[in-house]
Design a protein around this ligand. Structure first.
Ligand code: PEP
Length: 251
């Protein structure tokens, strides 16, 4: 049975008080038996506060939004995977399109980050997704295959078990335009197929593949009901506790 996941990527939003209010509101409004794993990905500065608030809560995890490609040393401003894993942090997001585009993160850099994360026992939420022009030109399967085969799908089989894939069409991120459930399912099935070609049926059936891109209460249920969609990576809607709770309840 694959893990169902709802992860909130707060990006560079909120302040200390807002972030604590957000987590407290979510925790106070969760049903006792909520079903998906919940992952909070706050900015580095708030990670420890979120960890404290989520201590001893079942099925709630904390993720970093990034990690350094380097192990340690003279890299001012960087935060290493080793530092992250010395806290109660279980996941790290790698390969978000905002980092690829705004910080020029190449596949080579991403591979260093993935290795740092795995060597430090972090689960990786690895993002992939096509631009609008890739989609309009019918190139999206190739683009996504290429993004994955050059990174997480070049790992040894034994290391791939720590990987969650997030399909995030760039044209849907922060735009209010969501992929239809059919569009998302088509790509998720493609991703599962290429995982199967590389590592076999058992691993492919075990890998959680989550959708991100303007996922909100109004569309979460339909998206999450697709066969190959195991949850969501939520940006904007994760900053509002009512929306985030509704998305969790969409399972
Ligand atoms: C994201 O950036 O990971 C994301 C899915 O953002 P949004 O939900 O705001 O489109």
């Amino acid at each position: 049975m694959r893990k169902k996941i709802v992860a909130g990527n707060w990006k560079m939003n909120l302040n200390k008080n807002d972030s604590e209010d957000l987590v407290n509101n979510i925790l106070n409004h969760l049903d006792d038996n909520f079903s998906p794993q919940i992952i909070f990905a706050p900015p580095y500065l708030f990670l420890n506060n979120v960890i404290e608030l989520c201590k001893n809560k079942n099925n709630i995890f904390v993720s970093s939004q990034d990690c350094s490609a380097y192990t340690d040393g003279a890299f001012t401003g960087e935060v290493s995977a080793k530092m992250i894993s010395s806290y109660d942090i279980s996941h790290v997001i790698i390969g978000h399109s905002e980092r690829r585009k705004n910080f020029n993160e190449t596949n080579d850099i991403l591979n260093h980050k993935i290795n740092q994360a795995i060597n430090n026992h972090l689960n990786v939420i690895f993002c992939c997704g096509e631009t609008l022009s890739d989609r309009n030109n019918g190139l999206y399967f190739d683009v996504i295959s290429d993004q994955l085969l050059s990174t997480v799908l070049s790992l040894d089989k034994s290391k791939f078990s720590n990987i969650i894939i997030a399909y995030e069409p760039i044209w849907a991120i922060g735009t209010g335009v969501t992929a239809t459930a059919d569009q998302a399912q088509e790509v998720h099935a493609h991703i599962r197929r290429i995982i199967k070609d590389k590592y076999g049926d058992a691993i492919s059936n075990k890998t959680s593949i989550i959708y991100g891109g303007s996922c909100k209460p109004a569309n979460a249920k339909e998206i999450f009901s697709q066969d190959d969609i195991d949850g969501g990576l939520i940006g904007g809607a994760s900053l509002n506790y009512k929306d985030f709770i509704s998305i969790i309840k969409a399972f």
